[in-house]
Write a protein that binds this ligand. Sequence first.
Ligand SMILES: NC(=O)c1ccc[n+]([C@@H]2O[C@H](COP(=O)([O-])OP(=O)(O)OC[C@H]3O[C@@H](n4cnc5c(N)ncnc54)[C@H](OP(=O)(O)O)[C@@H]3O)[C@@H](O)[C@H]2O)c1
Length: 265
Amino acid sequence: MPDPELGPWSVIIGGSEGIGGGFARALADRGINLVLVARRAERLQRMAAELTDSHPAIKVRTPAIDMEQPDAVDQIIAETAALEVGSFIYNAGAETVFRDFVDDGWMRIQGRLQRNFVAQTHLLHHFGRAMCARGRGGIILMGSIAGCLGSPGFSLYGANKAFVHYLSEGLWYELAQRGVHLLCPVIGPTDTPSMRETFGDIENPTDPNYIARGALERIADGPLWIVDDIAEAVANFNAMEPAERARFGARMMENFAITGARVAG
Ligand SMILES: NC(=O)c1ccc[n+]([C@@H]2O[C@H](COP(=O)([O-])OP(=O)(O)OC[C@H]3O[C@@H](n4cnc5c(N)ncnc54)[C@H](OP(=O)(O)O)[C@@H]3O)[C@@H](O)[C@H]2O)c1
């Protein structure tokens, strides 16, 4: 029996691997049909094959779409037009290049702005409206420890996550009045292919399935789920004055990059 609150369909942007793959598996366990979006078709198909093997009753669609392209949102709206989407997860959002902002190229920055701000906000509006009209549904937007302080080398990424945190707080309240849940997991280093690409092997990364399953279990407990292993650090950031916080952020990000196998870019 599909989960009546989060189904019959769920859309996961970035649902082919990592935390997004964890969301797909956890929602399949609840009998929910899936629209999984990512760029690489072969990884999407691999995930779809795994899910339909283990859950023959569910349907899985796998449009290969690059969220950095301006027509991505229109493609997703068209793909899902005939579906009742009961849950929406915007998972894609990691930064794989550790670099000073002014050393980056504008085209790459523009792509990140499109994926992380414009497309995310547009789809949130699109699916959020339909859920509010039905008076039920669930939304998950991904936060990060990098959004809790200035993150030199990842400044734009950190600023996007701060945007996501505060957007989640405000919208959580608005949507709750209309019967829709919103949760933003605020997470630290988690063992995903993107994380490994950027930082290589890091010590004690969090299990992506713990994040995905934990978020779904807590979806009614928004707005933010600050995951246990970073909770103390986040509380300390709040007590720092801004320049101290930025210096701390620089050391924290450099440490990740130095302990990793390589610095991307
Ligand atoms: N992993 C961590 O340590 C960590 C820490 C804090 C926060 N987070 C947040 O958690 C979320 C998931 O992170 P993650 O590490 O799993 O990596 P991610 O790269 O954000 O997500 C991976 C998924 O997104 C897809 N994707 C990436 N760019 C895309 C694009 N332009 N268009 C469409 N799909 C795209 C990937 O498939 P394709 O590559 O085939 O497109 C894959 O399915 C992100 O929002 C990230 O900021 C992660």
